[in-house]
Design a protein around this ligand. Structure first.
Ligand SMILES: NC(=O)c1ccc[n+]([C@@H]2O[C@H](COP(=O)([O-])OP(=O)(O)OC[C@H]3O[C@@H](n4cnc5c(N)ncnc54)[C@H](OP(=O)(O)O)[C@@H]3O)[C@@H](O)[C@H]2O)c1
Length: 309
């Protein structure tokens, strides 16, 4: 298949390009600021995705079988810092891409987030649960779902993804990479002991995306996540233990939501997803956290620090 991939330099986009290349697909990868090579991308294009005319012409040039949208402002804090930019990338862009997919009769896959939910459910959110976002990022993701579905109901797959682990191109994007950034700078990351997440790796998510795109019978909204629901504190401690770092070299400050109510008001307590109907019906495995740890590498920017401790 010919893929038009936005966000090819990001955590998910770069994993998608590599997985697509392994499966013999052709990828036109779009980047914004990223200047380096991207394994798996056949044609790399630099484009500001908020430029509608340039985007439309790039899509029509590529004439893809599927559009894969991995571009976003994927950090809630960054959405709050620049709401207009976040609206353009998180809402207007997917709507435009969905219209283009409809125009070309191309498949379209868009990434949404577990953060469309409010995090007050002790049990996993299912596809029947009512989304109730508590931050701007979650509201934008929910709005994008509605617009994508309205523009391309017969072509679009929308995947609500969990907190992602894995290895990014820059080595600074994913959960363990951020911990390394803090530790190598002599900082102590503050980690919530009462926030529960159900992570999977970006590469596991992209294997699923490819599996769904290669089939002809999948449309609509789906949930995906890992096998284990763990506190952020447990996730951080297991990452530290996996890399055999000591509590002195790699300190972690455990905090509770009650101790930081201002931060907690925009963060969900428990985000777990019911993976029906995909669970058991797809070949992509649901990853344990242990299996995720085995895939993590020491991030390139922090290798010298790691070797020195
Ligand atoms: N990471 C997570 O834990 C997580 C969890 C759930 C859902 N998701 C969703 O998964 C998707 C991918 O997230 P991610 O973590 O891979 O994001 P990411 O690593 O932050 O990557 C964002 C991508 O968007 C591109 N981009 C941003 N603004 C652009 C612009 N104006 N023009 C061109 N490209 C632009 C960036 O390109 P440059 O760097 O080249 O500028 C980069 O490739 C997003 O929809 C996100 O909301 C992520």
């Amino acid at each position: 298949m010919k893929f038009f991939l936005t966000g090819a330099s990001g955590l998910v986009g770069s994993a998608f390009a590599q997985a697509a290349a392994r499966r013999g697909h052709h990828v036109t990868g779009l980047v914004g600021a990223f200047a380096g090579p991207i394994p798996g991308v056949n044609v790399k294009r630099t484009l500001d995705l908020t430029d509608d005319a340039a985007l439309t012409s790039a899509v029509l040039d590529a004439f893809p079988d599927a559009i894969v949208n991995c571009a976003a402002v994927a950090e809630p804090a960054q959405c709050d810092a620049d709401p207009a930019r976040a609206q353009a990338l998180n809402v207007a862009l997917p709507a435009t891409l969905a219209r283009l997919a409809h125009h070309l009769s191309a498949k379209f896959i868009h990434l949404s987030s577990e953060q469309v939910f409010d995090g007050t459910n002790a049990s996993p959110y299912s596809l029947q649960s009512t989304p109730k976002p508590i931050n701007l990022y979650g509201r934008q993701k929910l709005e994008s779902e509605r617009l994508v579905h309205a523009a391309a109901p017969e072509f679009a797959i929308i995947l609500r993804a969990p907190l992602l682990t894995g290895n990014s191109l820059a080595g600074t994007r994913s959960l363990h990479e951020r911990l390394f950034a803090d530790w190598s700078a002599g900082k102590t990351p503050r980690v919530f002991s009462d926030e529960i997440r159900q992570p999977c790796t970006a590469s596991n998510l992209t294997d699923l995306m490819l599996e769904l795109l290669e089939r002809n019978d999948v449309r609509g909204v789906y949930h995906w996540a890992g096998a284990d629901a763990l506190s952020r504190l447990e996730l951080a401690r297991r990452i530290r233990a996996h890399f055999k770092l000591s509590e002195t070299t790699a300190p972690i400050e455990a905090v509770t939501r009650a101790a930081d109510p201002r931060a907690a008001s925009k963060r969900q307590a428990i985000l777990t997803l019911d993976l029906k109907p995909l669970a058991g019906k797809v070949k992509t495995p649901i990853e344990t956290f242990e299996a995720q740890l085995d895939q993590l590498i020491i991030p390139a920017p922090f290798r010298a620090w790691y070797q020195s401790v």
